[in-house]
Design a protein around this ligand. Structure first.
Ligand SMILES: NC(=O)c1ccc[n+]([C@@H]2O[C@H](COP(=O)([O-])OP(=O)(O)OC[C@H]3O[C@@H](n4cnc5c(N)ncnc54)[C@H](O)[C@@H]3O)[C@@H](O)[C@H]2O)c1
Length: 250
């Protein structure tokens, strides 16, 4: 099994892509710690995993709140007996709305959750990884961060920030044998996608995808597993779109 015996944190694991990553990592032998602001969803994923004989443990995490992030990091690191082996930053949040209508507090919330929250949690986790000279980080950004997306101006900025964060951190962490990579989903069949996009935009997005369909959360999870696995031991600072060919970026 690809991550047998490894300890993996998955943020956003209560739903959609994060849930698919948490379940796939657990099926591949990992002990998974899910962090999410959605307690009901997180506990449900924990129960589903338990019923399937998998190790997934839920701890509440609000990426908009620095004290929640530091509590989460220390609780999980203690439960894991020191440092964790891998961190998957999959949580995300947005409201789709034209930039000209955005209230400034929406900018702050989007940046806090999708960029600053990821930076805060990653700092806590890679500090421990650097001390033991091993670890893997996988960030879930978005094709919106590579090519821009209408109605998602500040979200695109945050996700573009995650892509640059991935590359710069990968350079600094290489000396500690910590790899950092990034997966960019395109339109993917999750609660977030359906909550944010109206039917007309959904159809237009699907038409723009060369494969003419939405991605499945499990397909994003497969790409994450590659970056978590020893098959990518010599890969760091890379950005992989999983979007049915919607974007083809150099
Ligand atoms: N679905 C898509 O089309 C799509 C496309 C590109 C990128 N993404 C990215 O993929 C990731 C997963 O999204 P998804 O589509 O599965 O959405 P989702 O809404 O199904 O899951 C996102 C999870 O993040 C959690 N979350 C939100 N705010 C949080 C906070 N403050 N603290 C902790 N957890 C929080 C939610 O509770 C939820 O469980 C996100 O980073 C998203 O930006 C999704």
């Amino acid at each position: 099994m690809i991550v047998d015996g490894k300890t993996v944190i998955v943020t956003g694991g209560a739903s959609g892509i994060g849930k698919a990553i948490a379940m796939l990592a657990a099926q591949n032998g990992a002990r998974v710690f899910v962090g999410d602001v959605n307690e009901q969803g997180g506990l449900q994923v924990q129960a589903e995993a338990k019923a399937a004989g998998l190790r997934v443990e839920f701890t509440r995490l609000d990426l908009a709140d620095p004290s929640s992030i530091s509590n989460f990091a220390s609780t999980v690191q203690e439960a894991a007996g020191g440092s964790v082996d891998a961190l998957v930053n999959a949580a995300g949040w947005e409201i789709v709305q034209p930039f000209l209508q955005n209230p400034p507090d929406l900018w702050e919330r989007i940046i806090n959750i999708n960029l600053l929250g990821v930076i805060r949690l990653t700092h806590a986790v890679v500090t421990k990884m650097s001390e033991k000279s091993s670890g893997v980080v996988v960030n879930i950004a978005s094709d919106a961060g590579r090519v821009g997306s209408m109605g998602e101006v500040v979200y695109s900025s945050a996700k573009g920030g995650i892509i640059a964060f991935t590359k710069a951190l990968a350079r600094e962490m290489a000396r500690y044998k910590v790899r950092v990579n990034c997966v960019c989903p395109g339109p993917t069949d999750t609660p977030m996608f359906h909550a944010q996009q109206n039917e007309r935009i959904k159809e237009a997005l699907i038409k723009a995808v060369p494969f003419r369909r939405l991605g499945r959360p499990e397909e994003i999870a497969d790409a994450v597993m590659f970056f978590l696995s020893p098959q990518s031991d010599f890969v760091t600072g890379q950005v992989l779109s999983v979007s049915g060919g919607l974007t083809m970026v150099d």
